[in-house]
Design a binder for this molecule. Structure first.
Ligand code: PMP
Length: 354
């Protein structure tokens, strides 16, 4: 047998497509605005001879910059090659070989299920309530070997209150609870990072991909108690000592210094999101108020596959997931105002049969 039993049984995550050519790309929740001037400058002046050497194994300079930004110490920060990798290491570090299942929602970021399978982790999916809210009471009452909560959740775009998520952290104080805050910068719910000082089982995972327009650089990080972070580092060092390359580390560090620019981009995205939400509702779409840089919309009269295909014919790419409850919903990234106008115009044509 050339292929292992494990690999033979894996069903990998399907990343959203990256189409070549001119499309309006609203399918992978990237930021529509360019990285900051500081990022451009660091790439322009990057000392290429540094590429001869391995990078800092624990990306110390970047970790210190993130720690200052988050108001914690460098020992409380772990960085990885995108938050996907950080989450993957966290599954191995905190849930690998668990007796009790790790809990996550049935409709959430599908990578959690895949990491679970990859690391042979027992998991239990807790169905979202009818209105797509997290079943907080169930998350608290189940016996658990851990929990992972995307807040705001993907693909629903909805956020639970900090108090509710913290109540899950408290209910499972002897196991790790991960708050995946990939979209928290776009939310009215504040990040849970300050609570990592108080709750030693809370790990908050964040990314440079969305707010900081650096999806292509691949950088994510975790904030947590020094013991949790040390364990993540151990897992990392059993895999690849240098997952964050020197260019990415420099670029990510530069982006932190340009926070005002990203704040402004985030404000624009939130404004556009509100306009997009109103426009979609006017066209007959039903969608929850979004706390993220995407919306999750359904039209009572048209199927999701039909709408997605019609948009594609008009060079607009959006994302759709399988599963009975959500197959008719489109997950649409909030783009620029101009892209949003084109999206709404195209959908107007489609729903009015033009
Ligand atoms: N968590 C969630 C909920 C996401 O939607 C994504 C983006 N697909 C990620 C984590 C990973 O982001 P990245 O690896 O780009 O940091």
């Amino acid at each position: 047998m050339i292929i292992s039993k494990l690999a033979g049984a894996l069903v990998p995550y399907t990343a959203g497509e990256q189409p070549a050519g001119k499309t309006i790309k609203l399918n992978t929740n990237e930021n529509p605005y360019p990285p900051s001037d500081g990022v451009t400058e660091i790439l322009r002046t990057f000392d290429v001879s540094r590429l001869r050497l391995y990078p800092q194994p624990d990306a110390d300079a970047l970790r210190s910059a993130i720690a200052r930004y988050e108001g914690v110490n460098a020992e409380n920060i772990f960085v990885g090659n995108g938050s996907d990798e950080v989450l993957s290491f966290a599954f191995a570090a905190f849930f690998g070989g668990n007796e009790l299942p790790v809990l996550f929602a049935d409709v959430t970021y599908s990578f959690y299920r895949i990491f679970g399978t990859l690391y042979g982790v027992k998991y239990k999916e807790i169905p979202l309530k009818e209105d797509f809210r997290l079943d907080i009471a169930k998350f608290k009452s189940e016996k658990a070997g851990g929990a992972v909560i995307a807040n705001p959740n993907a693909p629903t775009s909805m956020a639970e209150s900090a108090e509710d998520v913290l109540s899950i952290v408290k209910a499972h104080s002897d196991v790790a609870v991960i708050a995946d805050e990939a979209y928290a910068d776009f939310s009215s719910v504040p990040s849970l990072t300050p609570y990592t000082r108080e709750y030693e089982n809370l790990l908050v995972v964040k990314t440079f991909s969305k707010r900081r327009s650096l999806a292509g650089a691949r950088c994510g990080y975790a904030v947590g108690n020094a013991e949790l972070i040390k364990t993540l580092r151990t897992v990392k060092d059993c895999f690849n000592s240098y997952p964050v390359n020197a260019v990415t580390a420099a670029v990510a560090e530069a982006s932190i210094a340009d926070d005002a620019y990203f704040k402004e981009c985030t404000r624009k995205i939130i404004d556009t999101r509100e306009r997009m939400t109103a426009g979609l509702r006017e066209l007959g779409f039903e969608l929850p108020d979004s706390d993220a840089n995407f919306v999750f919309a359904e039209h009572g009269a048209f199927g999701g596959e039909f709408l997605q295909n019609e948009l594609r014919k008009r060079n607009i790419v959006v994302r759709r997931f399988g599963g009975e409850r959500i197959k008719n919903r489109l997950r649409i990234t909030v783009g620029t105002d101009e892209q949003t106008d084109l999206l709404l115009a195209a959908l107007k044509d489609i729903v009015s049969g033009r």
